[in-house]
Every structure is written in C-alpha cells, then in structure tokens.
Design a protein around this ligand. Structure first.
Ligand SMILES: [Zn+2]
Length: 126
C-alpha cells in the first residue's frame, strides 16, 4: 500500500518503547491510500523521534484496516465504465448521479479538468 503520512499531532503523553529503544509518543496521523485518492484521518499511532517513523501497535493497525474496509466499497462504486457522448464539437462523459452528489457538483458548476497522461483524466470540483 502506498501510504504517506500527512499531518501528525501529539494527542497525549501516552508512550511506548520503539524497537530501537527510544520512547515513542502517541500521535494522530493521516494516511493517503490508493495513490492519494483516499485520505484516512485521525489515525492513532506512536511516533519515534529517533527513527523519525510512525510505530503502530497491532490494535492500531487493525483499526486502520477496519477504517479502510469501510471506505473501499464506496471507492470502488465510483469506478464505472461510461460511453463518451458528443456535444457540439466536444465530447462528454456522463457522470453518474451518485458521483456528482459525492463530489457536490451540479449542472452549471465549473470543474477543473487535467489530462494526467494518455489514459487518465482528473476532474476536480472547486
Ligand atoms: Zn525508534
């Protein structure tokens, strides 16, 4: 899993010992999953200042797994195949209603379209 920590905060003075022997402090952190498409926030972990790494107990890892499991079905629901339609000189991609609702976009709203590569297009709501 390509995970990256984004923001970490010390939440209390609770501490554990890291494998290196240094004391790791309890923090909350964020993780980006699916190449940054999904961000999981408020993950409990411990941070070792010596290793500069987040250390997680098996309990904490299980919590993240449960969290991701609850995110994955909705994420996969939004991977849909659609036929390109023609509109004047442009071609359009119909967005399913649930995708538009999820993004909070409506008819007339502006979105930013970025061509990522030959196969990928990013549509961003404001
Ligand atoms: Zn350490």
């Amino acid at each position: 899993m390509g995970k990256k920590s984004l923001e970490r905060k010390v939440i209390n003075m609770e501490k554990i010992k890291c494998a290196c022997g240094e004391t790791a402090q309890k923090i909350t952190t964020e993780m980006e999953l699916f190449g940054g498409d999904v961000t999981v926030r408020n993950i409990e972990a411990y941070y070792c200042p010596k290793c500069k790494e987040e250390v997680m107990t098996t309990e904490q890892i299980q919590k993240v797994k449960d969290n991701v499991k609850s995110l994955v079905p909705s994420y996969e629901k939004f991977s849909v195949r659609k036929k390109i339609a023609q509109l004047g000189n442009s071609v359009t991609v119909p967005l399913p209603k649930e995708v538009a609702d999820f993004l909070g976009i409506h008819k007339g709203d502006e979105v930013r379209i970025t061509v990522k590569d030959k196969h990928r297009l990013i549509v961003e709501s404001a």
